[in-house]
Every structure is written in structure tokens, then in C-alpha cells.
Design a protein around this ligand. Structure first.
Ligand code: FAD
Length: 266
């Protein structure tokens, strides 16, 4: 047994202040990762600071060409948001594929990207859409946020408050789900920004976590069609290999998922 003190914060400032007063605190959002980790004794925080009821951290907003998802918004709310579905259908679709209904009701975008699981869905959308992560201290471009397996640019005690996504000209997502965990065996998000930039991100594939796929971006820049990806070669080196799939299998999945994502994007 170990002792931990639970706090329900009512504002971001209160959460930050509680963190500052604790010896080894952890923020809690949906609890879908933190609680199992605590049960397994892989983390034993002195204090757990719950962000899930902070009103300023919940909601999906569309303003002009930007979709903003507040950090404690559950995946279910994004998947079913009419505004998100209209502005960036691929993003709402991605949220609808996360886990199972229980995970989607509790899990949140802030918790997902803070955790940065190498097979999580949202990191692919953030990278491909060129999103910005807002925290209580600063704004961080998605390109600078994900730093490798379970590692991000967040500093100790920094709270993600929202993620803003520029509305793209086109975007699509395709995922090969692990049938038991529902995490991505490999999934790819493709986007064409309104300024014409092509951005492609794969999750579940690399040993370093979510990654841009430059070779596919170049092929799609020359010709935005699934067939443009036929001749692309994805090296297996540096890709994940486990009982679920070899690195070569995942290299092939990167291509196949990218082709399906382009088809979905239209
Ligand atoms: C059975 C199962 C299946 C799943 N399947 C998928 C899947 O298919 N795809 C997928 O992408 N994910 C999947 N997940 C993960 C899930 O979607 C959650 O997003 C993820 O577990 C973390 O989000 P959370 O809100 O539960 O965060 P928590 O578990 O509450 O927190 C996770 C970490 O993030 C930190 N944190 C939380 N919020 C903030 C914040 N605002 N600022 C700073 N740090 C913060 C916490 O301190 C903690 O370290 C699955 C989880 C389970 C249990």
C-alpha cells in the first residue's frame, strides 16, 4: 500500500498551484493510462490532481479555419461533435476509432498526447495537420512536441490546456487496429493544408513513436493519388517488431494505410 492524496481542481491555476505544493504529483484526466499504471505500482504519486471537471478544459470549438479541442475533452465528444465532423471529418473519425466505448467516454486528448504512446491515434493527427499544443505556459508546434517513446516537450508540472488544428484542404485517416487493444498496429494520417503543403504522419510503426513519412509526402506532392504511393519504399529499419507484426509488415502497412487514407481524403 502507498498513500496518495486526491484533489479535484476547479481551475487550471488551482491545478498548477496544487502541483507546486506537492512533492511528486501527477495530473489525472481520463485515467485510462494513469490508473492502470498506478494499480501496477509503476507510478506512486504523492498527489493526484484531477483535471477532468475543469470547465475551461472541456469542449470543441470551431472558429474560422481553426478547430480547438480543449485538453480534458473525451474522445467520444470529439467523435460525435457536429462542428468537428464538418470542419475536419478525418479528425472526428480518428476519435471514433480509439479504444472501445468505455475508453472513449473517459480518455481525453490531453492525456493521450501527454502520454505519447507509440501506437496512439491523436499524435498522428497533430503531426499531419500541423497542430499547436497550448499549455498553461506556452504554445508548442506539434513538430516540436513529440520527442520519442512516451516523451514530450512538456516540462514538469506543465498543463496542456488545448490543441488547435488548422482546417486542411483535405485529410484522411486509416488505421489497422490491434483486434484486442484497439491501438494502432499501424495507422496513417494524410493532410493537404490550405497552402498546399502535404503532411503525412504514421503511428504504431516507429520505435521512436509517431513520425512524419517524407517519402510518401514527396510522392503525394507530385501526384495526390493512392497509386503515387505504389513505388515508395519504406525501410523496415527503426520500425517496431513484436509478436503482432514484424518491422517489414509494419513498413508495408505504412504504405497501405497511407493509400487508404488518401482514398478516404478524396
Ligand atoms: C483498453 C484501452 C484501449 C485503448 N485504445 C486506444 C486506441 O485505440 N488509441 C489511442 O490513441 N489510445 C487508446 N487508449 C488510450 C486512451 O485513449 C487515453 O487517451 C489514454 O489512456 C490517456 O488519456 P487519459 O485522458 O485517460 O489520461 P490519464 O490516464 O488521466 O493521464 C495520462 C498521462 O497524461 C498526463 N496528463 C493528463 N492530462 C494532462 C494535461 N492536460 N496536461 C498535462 N499532462 C496531462 C497524466 O499526468 C498522465 O501522466 C486505450 C486505453 C485503454 C485502457
Amino acid at each position: 500500500m502507498y498513500q496518495t492524496t486526491y484533489h479535484r481542481a476547479s481551475s487550471v491555476d488551482e491545478a498548477a498551484s496544487l502541483f507546486g505544493k506537492s512533492s511528486e504529483a501527477k495530473f489525472l484526466s481520463g485515467g485510462q493510462t494513469l490508473l492502470p499504471v498506478m494499480k501496477q505500482r509503476l507510478a506512486s504519486p504523492s498527489d493526484v490532481i484531477d483535471l477532468a471537471k475543469i470547465k475551461e478544459l472541456i469542449g470543441v470549438e470551431v472558429s474560422g479555419d481553426t478547430v480547438t479541442i480543449k485538453a480534458a475533452t473525451p474522445h467520444y465528444d470529439v467523435a460525435t461533435s457536429d462542428a468537428a465532423k464538418k470542419a475536419i471529418p478525418a479528425l472526428a473519425y480518428l476519435a471514433s476509432l480509439i479504444g472501445d466505448p468505455a475508453v472513449r467516454y473517459r480518455g481525453t486528448i490531453g492525456g493521450s498526447i501527454a502520454n505519447n504512446d507509440p501506437a496512439a491515434d491523436y499524435p498522428a493527427a497533430l503531426l499531419a495537420l500541423g497542430a499547436t499544443v497550448k499549455t498553461n505556459k506556452r504554445a508548442i508546434a506539434a513538430d516540436d512536441f513529440f520527442k520519442g517513446l512516451f516523451t514530450t516537450a512538456l516540462e514538469d508540472g506543465e498543463i496542456i490546456t488545448a490543441v488547435s488544428f488548422p482546417v486542411p484542404a483535405k485529410a484522411g485517416y486509416a488505421k489497422m487496429r490491434h483486434p484486442a487493444s484497439r491501438f494502432a498496429l499501424t495507422a496513417v494520417f494524410v493532410a493537404q493544408t490550405k497552402s498546399g503543403e502535404i503532411r503525412v504522419a504514421a503511428t504504431g510503426a516507429s520505435q521512436s513513436g509517431v513520425m512524419r513519412v517524407g517519402a510518401i509526402e514527396a510522392a503525394l506532392k507530385a501526384n495526390w493519388s493512392p497509386s503515387a504511393i505504389d513505388s515508395v519504399s519504406i525501410p523496415a529499419s527503426g520500425l517496431l517488431a513484436d509478436i503482432h507484426g514484424t518491422a517489414e509488415y509494419r513498413a508495408n502497412l505504412v504504405k497501405v494505410m497511407a493509400q487508404r487514407a488518401v482514398t478516404a481524403a478524396g
